[in-house]
Design a binder for this molecule. Structure first.
Ligand SMILES: [Fe+2]
Length: 139
């Protein structure tokens, strides 16, 4: 499965596009570290870094949605929260069981697929709405 960032994911909001791209890059290097069978200790520190990255990843977007008064802001922010919680679950599983063959699969499914679907289906909704209704918020 493709884990790399694609220009198709760009929403036209540079700070948010950058956060999304960096998240993909960080997840991609983490998956690579698992495949390369790095020591659990190294994976653990990468996982901790990634989790704090995930926690902060949507702050810019959450703020933009609130400020623009997009009607579905609360629902959308709840989706980000769901993603953060699922990521924390993955981290907990890893701390309990270490890296195994299911971890890469889980990360593909719960992180990469989720992000790809979220950006292409959900983020496209608010970005289209803001471009149409609040062009002063495009940055
Ligand atoms: Fe989003």
């Amino acid at each position: 499965m493709e884990t790399r960032w694609s220009r198709n994911y760009e929403l036209g909001f540079s700070a948010i596009d950058r956060q999304h791209r960096e998240l993909f890059e960080n997840v991609d290097s983490f998956i690579q570290a698992i495949i390369d069978e790095k020591e659990d200790e190294e994976l653990a520190s990468l996982f901790t870094f990634l989790e704090s990255y995930v926690k902060n990843s949507f702050t810019e977007e959450d703020l933009l949605l609130k400020r623009s008064a997009w009607p579905d802001t609360e629902v959308h922010i709840a989706q980000h929260e769901y993603f953060r919680r699922r990521f924390a679950d993955l981290h907990r599983d890893f701390l309990r069981k270490g890296a195994n063959e299911y971890l890469v699969e889980d990360i593909h499914h719960k992180v990469v697929s989720w992000m790809t679907g979220h950006i292409q289906n959900e983020d496209k909704l608010w970005s289209a709405w803001i471009k149409e209704n609040r062009p002063d918020f495009i940055a």
